[in-house]
Design a protein around this ligand. Sequence first.
Ligand SMILES: NC(=O)c1ccc[n+]([C@@H]2O[C@H](COP(=O)([O-])OP(=O)(O)OC[C@H]3O[C@@H](n4cnc5c(N)ncnc54)[C@H](O)[C@@H]3O)[C@@H](O)[C@H]2O)c1
Length: 494
Amino acid sequence: MTSIDQNPTAPRPASASSTQGDPAVVPQFAPVPSARPRKRYAVVGTGHRAGMYVDAITGDHADVAELVALCDTNPTRMAYYDQQVGEALGLGGPANLPQYGPEQLETMILSQQVDVVIVTSPDYTHADLVARAQAAGADVVVEKPLTTDAAGVRTITDSVRATGRDVVMTFNYRYGPRNSTLREVIASGEIGEVTSVHFEWVLDTVHGADYFRRWHRERHHSGSLLIHKSSHHFDLVNWWLGDTPARVYASAGLKFYGAENAARRGLTDRPARGTGTQGDPWAFDLTADPRLKALYLDAEHHDGYLRDRDVFTDGITIDDNMALIVDYTRGATLTYSLNAHSPWEGYTVTVNGTKGRAELTVVERGAVLLGEDGQAILDPSATPEEVAAAAQRAVLSGVSTNTAGGERPDGDLLLVQKHWEAARRVPIPAGIGGHGGGDAILLMEVFRRDLRIGDDPLGRAAGYLDGLNAVAVGIAANVSLRTGQAVAIADLDL
Ligand SMILES: NC(=O)c1ccc[n+]([C@@H]2O[C@H](COP(=O)([O-])OP(=O)(O)OC[C@H]3O[C@@H](n4cnc5c(N)ncnc54)[C@H](O)[C@@H]3O)[C@@H](O)[C@H]2O)c1
């Protein structure tokens, strides 16, 4: 089983090594027909997220997929993956894959006969790369978000119309069994017609802070967290309800990170970057992880891309507290909030219907702890032993601000309560890589879609229209933040 490669700072699913899943959530695939040629893939954007696809192509899905080229602006990051592919293929050295800059995308597709381009570059580059790849004759798999603004949406819709080429959106959260189970509950009609949804997502001081260190912190690069991060969440609501968003009102602000907020709280003389900073829970030290060092620190001399900027420096143009009201086409209302500096990480969704109510509570990481050295521990929830050891270290060093596990153990709880009845707990089936781990199942769908046995009753596979409906909420929210008015999505001419 391919290792699940999430954001390095994101909470890891509790049972990431589990390989047996419930057939209701883990699809079955037919064997590969003999002598069928493998599809030829190129990865565009060889940063962190590319690792999941490179692992999949050289590992679990090597019988159906072949990596034939890499494309990035940074030669060191391409060389890193070239070496990794060589090792995975047992070559004892680099694979010597052809490497291209983004301006050579068309040349790459033609000369390497690329069937599918996987786009894992920063969000603001997606639309251009998707359209150009399609025009050059390739299908596309694109990471979320589809794009960051209305112009990007139009570029992609025009391109799909003109070329008829495929766009697969990789909405991995749909594949998390707890999210799939909530969809089943709503679709079953048990809670009746949905009238409203309340959805609160909190990102903790490790994972949430990470969006304020690099390109995500600039609105023109990520579209803000309402596009970059919340497009996952809005896609979930669209898919849970089987509906499309119609009107959005937003209120948001940068209230915690950034130089001004820090100064107001007396946090002055901040370092420019985390690497080399001692005893600071906000510091992100790239030398602590060989992979991050190789991908970013050792690569920054090419392009000046700093992965570890201090979260309390100037130049942040995104918000860290966001609230939205979204009206849906069939009449449901969504109230949504995202906070990026919470002491724990997870989400709560409540769905009100005409016959009752469903409530999903998910704790992805119950606490962020500080180590003896005063640095935040990257992923204390990885194993119970690590949690216990981290808690012990923190207590011994007297710098603990949280008790690991404690009153907030990692896990999920789905309750359904119909009018005039007691609440019942809905069992959440096992997926692969723990309840939170949608990536492994998503990869099966991406690489073996044509071999799938039977249709997916959950309708989890997503295309560009799903990507469009997800970013539409964030795009409308960004307009609402500028104008102070509610925004009709139809008026955006997407
Ligand atoms: N679904 C998920 O859970 C998930 C998780 C992480 C990242 N992502 C998505 O994956 C994408 C990449 O994120 P990341 O964390 O790997 O970012 P990253 O910054 O680590 O990597 C991006 C790479 O793209 C390269 N690049 C920059 N401009 C380019 C261009 N014009 N053409 C080609 N390459 C270019 C950079 O040099 C870098 O190597 C983002 O869109 C992000 O939203 C999704």
